[in-house]
Write a protein that binds this ligand. Structure first.
Ligand code: ADE
Length: 241
């Protein structure tokens, strides 16, 4: 997958994309991330990327020309790839695991990081296919949301996670939260690992884990449990408590 990120702060991305799983995904050639500095497309002698809003009001608005030209530049670099352009903005639909899964099937994404009081509406109308928010709070810009989106999508690409880090067991992937996990030592500060996990009885362990997932979801995120598709076995496990 290729992801082109249009931003006025490309340096913000350097460290997060050069660590851990995202770094390995790029090294393995599973993910190609291009950072495009919108400012370098400004034709203004001061390299301005924002201006006062027509009609007055507080704050600045991102100018259309550098964004249009940056977008045309990245599209021209690989014109045959089917492309989806996403604007990160608090006005977008809230990001979710289901959206991450949907986006992970695409070959190429262009992300536009918004700033200031907003972005010239013509960018939205002409270039943007979809607007995404990462939650109902306002950040200083779309860079951190873009990183969140890239991280969530990248780990779903085939081959990015090893079998030991599989995405299948994730919280949310089946609409439930994950069960509790333990590792060595077996007793720590007098706190013991649940006996069933040491039993070697795989069916018993599976049932215990499923039940813990269900109970946790009911306790912490009752809204998710309402939406989850529960089997007869799930319903029985929930009735036991
Ligand atoms: N830009 C500022 N706040 C944002 C948010 N919550 N999601 C996406 N983009 C944003």
């Amino acid at each position: 997958m290729q992801i082109d990120i249009l931003t006025i702060f490309p340096k913000m991305f350097e460290s997060p994309f050069q660590e851990s799983i995202l770094k390995k995904a790029q090294e393995k050639g599973l993910l190609k991330i291009n950072l495009i500095d919108i400012r370098s497309f400004s034709r203004d002698k001061h390299k301005k990327v924002d201006d006062y809003p027509f009609g007055g009001g507080v704050g600045m608005v991102m100018k259309p020309e550098p964004i249009f030209e940056a977008w045309e530049f990245v599209c021209a670099s690989n014109p045959d790839l089917p492309t989806k352009t996403i604007l990160l903005t608090p006005q977008g639909r809230t990001f979710s695991q289901a959206k991450a899964q949907e986006l992970s099937k695409l070959k190429r994404l262009i992300l536009i990081c918004g700033h200031y009081e907003g972005i010239d509406e013509r960018v939205r109308e002409q270039l943007v296919d979809e607007e995404i928010s990462i939650g109902d709070y306002v950040l200083t810009g779309g860079e951190l949301p873009a990183m969140v989106l890239v991280d969530a999508v990248a780990r779903l690409l085939p081959g990015v996670l090893g079998s030991e880090e599989s995405a299948l067991d994730d919280s949310f992937s089946d609409g439930l939260l994950e069960y509790p996990q333990y590792t060595r030592p077996r007793v720590y500060r007098g706190l013991e690992v649940p006996e069933v996990l040491l039993s070697g009885d795989h069916e018993k362990i599976r049932l215990w884990r499923r039940k813990q997932s269900l109970l946790r979801t009911r306790q912490k995120r009752a809204d998710l449990l309402k939406k989850a598709r529960l089997s007869e076995e799930d319903k029985k496990l929930l009735m036991e408590n």
